[in-house]
Design a protein around this ligand. Structure first.
Ligand code: 25A
Ligand code: L14
Length: 339
């Protein structure tokens, strides 16, 4: 990286993802000249720490982006739709973690190690994919390149941190209520999440799938530039704080053995193979927490189709699934002199 440094804004700085963005910028030593932390008026008076300095949270306003080079957004789609274009007009590169612009044909949808070439320079919006999509495409990219994926069947096991801080608190609180023999208080989810699984993430659509399931279909097709790729997803909320897990079955055009897939994955960027079941080694959410790698294990032949593989894929949904991927996009832009 060059000696240049950048004015960076984090929109939604007090949320689960925004907080992690600040930490990742610090950990990866992103070349920050000045950092500006933005949230709603609710957060006024809060002070966050960046590299040992106390930074007051400011209220997000139309003029918040003056002099800002790159803005990382994670305050929901409504905020992104209103303030993203304003930031672009002020000359910013916007890396947006919401679902607002992901399927917009003019907006690149980027996972750097999968389709980093889709990044363009200049002021504009770059979308960060959905967390469940990111970890799946990181794990499938080497297999797609080698054998051509035609069909994907995926079931997810998603942590409550994906819903934000209030959901983490809801799980903690419900666990304690249930252990005391009290009824669980429900505020965020429609059913008790403690000691339960909810096959329901995002709103239900007319086709019987949820929004989260259709995000995995459409975003995967866009990232792999293959609108004909067949994807069927079932997304499930589980009582885990951090880390989404996925059971993934793929059908490929050309045969690929489990050994070959394991070998390809062990050399792939952003992937760590943990696949020694006899030694009790397979990825679990607790292994992924705090890391940026996508963990892959349980790689085996799927005997139910001609060219099939089955695997288990785990990543930290707030880091690789959101904050780290956004920062990695900015880093890739610097490497390519696009920022
Ligand atoms: O629309 P989407 O794309 O589906 O995204 C919806 C939400 O999902 C999270 C993220 O929540 C987002 O808001 N999210 C998105 N992508 C994600 C991903 N890949 C993801 N989560 C995981 N993985 P979040 O909790 O992480 O972040 C919320 C942040 O946005 C700020 N914010 C909200 N509205 C804003 C705004 N900032 C500016 N203008 C607005 N209008 C929010 O700041 C937070 O930083 P805040 O100041 O509103 O919240 C501070 C604290 O207040 C509590 N709180 C939040 N909402 C309410 C609330 N309290 C009372 N009532 C509320 N309605 C929280 O405890 C928060 O910490
Ligand atoms: O589209 O609730 O980025 O686990 C990220 C969090 C969708 C829901 C997105 C969750 C959201 C997801």
């Amino acid at each position: 990286m060059g000696a240049k440094s950048y004015n960076v804004a984090v929109v939604g700085a007090t949320g689960a993802v925004g907080n992690q963005m600040i930490q990742v910028l610090e950990e990866r030593n992103f070349p920050v000249k000045e950092i500006r932390l933005l949230a709603s008026a609710r957060s006024l008076g809060k002070v966050l720490n960046f590299k040992g300095k106390s930074i007051p949270v400011e209220e997000l306003r139309e003029d918040s982006f003056k002099g800002v080079d790159v803005a990382l957004f994670s305050a929901g789609s409504g905020v992104s739709k209103k303030f993203g274009p304003l930031a672009v007009s002020a000359g910013c590169v916007v890396i947006d973690n919401s679902s607002a612009f992901r399927m917009d044909a003019n907006v690149p949808l980027v996972v750097p190690e999968v389709n980093g070439d889709a990044i363009r320079g200049g002021p504009g919006i770059i979308a960060n994919p959905n967390c469940s999509t990111i970890q799946m495409v990181v794990a499938l990219k080497p297999i797609h390149d080698a054998a051509g994926i035609r069909r994907i069947v995926v079931t997810t096991f998603q942590a409550v941190s994906g819903t934000g801080k209030r959901a983490i608190e809801e799980l903690r609180h419900q666990v304690s209520e249930v252990l005391q023999g009290k009824p669980a208080t429900r505020e965020v989810y429609p059913h008790q999440i403690a000691f339960n699984c909810l096959p329901h993430i995002g709103a239900f659509l007319d086709n019987g799938f949820t929004e989260e399931e259709m995000k995995m279909v459409h975003e995967t097709q866009k990232i792999f530039s293959d609108p004909g790729l067949r994807v069927c997803a079932t997304t499930v909320r589980v009582p885990v704080y951090h880390g989404h897990s996925e059971s993934v079955n793929v059908e490929t055009q050309r045969p690929l053995s489990a050994e070959e897939a394991r070998e390809l994955l062990s050399r792939a960027e952003g992937v760590k193979v943990m696949d020694d079941p006899l030694q009790f080694q397979y990825p679990m959410p607790l292994d992924a927490e705090g890391k940026d790698d996508t963990l892959v294990g349980r790689i085996r032949q799927d005997p139910s189709v001609e060219n099939g593989l089955a695997m288990w894929v785990v990543a930290d949904n707030i880091r690789k699934g959101a904050a780290s991927n956004a920062v990695q996009i900015a880093e890739k832009m610097i490497q390519r002199n696009l920022l």
